[in-house]
Design a protein around this ligand. Structure first.
Ligand SMILES: NC(=O)c1ccc[n+]([C@@H]2O[C@H](COP(=O)([O-])OP(=O)(O)OC[C@H]3O[C@@H](n4cnc5c(N)ncnc54)[C@H](OP(=O)(O)O)[C@@H]3O)[C@@H](O)[C@H]2O)c1
Length: 252
């Protein structure tokens, strides 16, 4: 029998990369997307192979909504050639970018770019791919701790993640008849390239976040990827429409 297959957006680095590799450790294969960093994507494919799982990378820009049909066709091709099947099991809407500005200074173009990648992209990508998710499969959307607590400069970004959380509930309701569970994972601040790598590289920011986090440090990608891999375990089949915060107790 084939391994299960996950489709993960933004799998070449950060949380998406760790999710591909955490799934690989559980012998779950992946088709993951990258936007511009092909070399990083190729390294992730090799790393997954070393862990005994298959991974295939496909280029995707989430702001190119019209390109989703072509992406779906490419995905079908890949599923047939690598797994001899038309469907996959898990969709993880992870890709995204950070943008800091106050509510008063946020421009329409900043708002629109965040909206396109964080809301419109996952909404229509999921709509395009849902027919190809096997019944009994799962969807995980990636949100942020910033929907529960507020930090300066995050108004527009957090607004988008709020929409992702509402979308999750509606998807959970509409896909339940196919036994597809849909949940949202909300990470706290994680040391990745996100937002220019400030959580990882800026000592003042890193110390400040550590001081407001119950577990006394910022998150690492492995804190999230492993959790998503565990969330996709068969044992969790009865949980749907839920928001799971994974922040080490940030601003409890
Ligand atoms: N890091 C945090 O503190 C944190 C906290 C809470 C939530 N999150 C959320 O977690 C998710 C992953 O963040 P991360 O920390 O892993 O960020 P990251 O290290 O900066 O990685 C971002 C990933 O998203 C891809 N991406 C960016 N813009 C894209 C677009 N327009 N179309 C398609 N792919 C695009 C990137 O591809 P390329 O590299 O090829 O450009 C990359 O693979 C995001 O949704 C983010 O909002 C992050």
């Amino acid at each position: 029998m084939n391994n299960k297959v996950a489709v993960i957006t933004g799998g070449n680095r950060g949380l998406g990369k760790d999710t591909v590799l955490s799934l690989a450790k559980k012998q779950i294969d992946s088709v993951f997307t990258y936007r511009s960093h092909k070399q990083e994507a190729d390294e992730v494919v090799k790393h997954a192979a070393k862990l005994g799982a298959k991974a295939v990378a496909i280029q995707l820009d989430l702001s190119d909504i019209l390109g989703f049909t072509e992406f779906s066709t490419q995905l079908q091709h890949v599923l047939h050639s690598h797994w001899q099947q038309p469907q996959f099991n898990y969709l993880i809407n992870n890709a995204g970018f950070g943008l800091d500005n106050s509510f008063m200074d946020t421009t329409e173009s900043q708002f629109d770019s965040l909206m396109t990648v964080h809301v419109k992209g996952p909404f229509f990508l999921t709509q395009t791919l849902a027919p190809h998710i096997a019944d009994g499969g799962r969807i995980v959307n990636v949100s942020s701790g910033l929907t529960r607590f507020t930090l300066p400069g995050k108004a527009a970004y957090a607004t988008m993640k709020g929409a992702v959380e509402v979308m999750t509930k509606y998807l959970a309701k509409e896909l339940a008849h196919r036994n597809i569970a849909v949940n949202v994972v909300a990470p706290g601040a994680i040391a990745t390239d996100f937002g220019g790598g400030s959580v990882r590289d800026n000592h003042a920011i890193n110390n400040r976040i550590s001081s407001i986090t119950a577990m006394g440090r910022v998150g690492e990608p492995a804190d999230i990827g492993a959790m998503i891999a565990q969330l996709l375990g068969d044992e969790n089949r009865w949980m749907t429409g839920q928001r799971l915060e994974v922040s080490g107790g940030m601003l409890l």
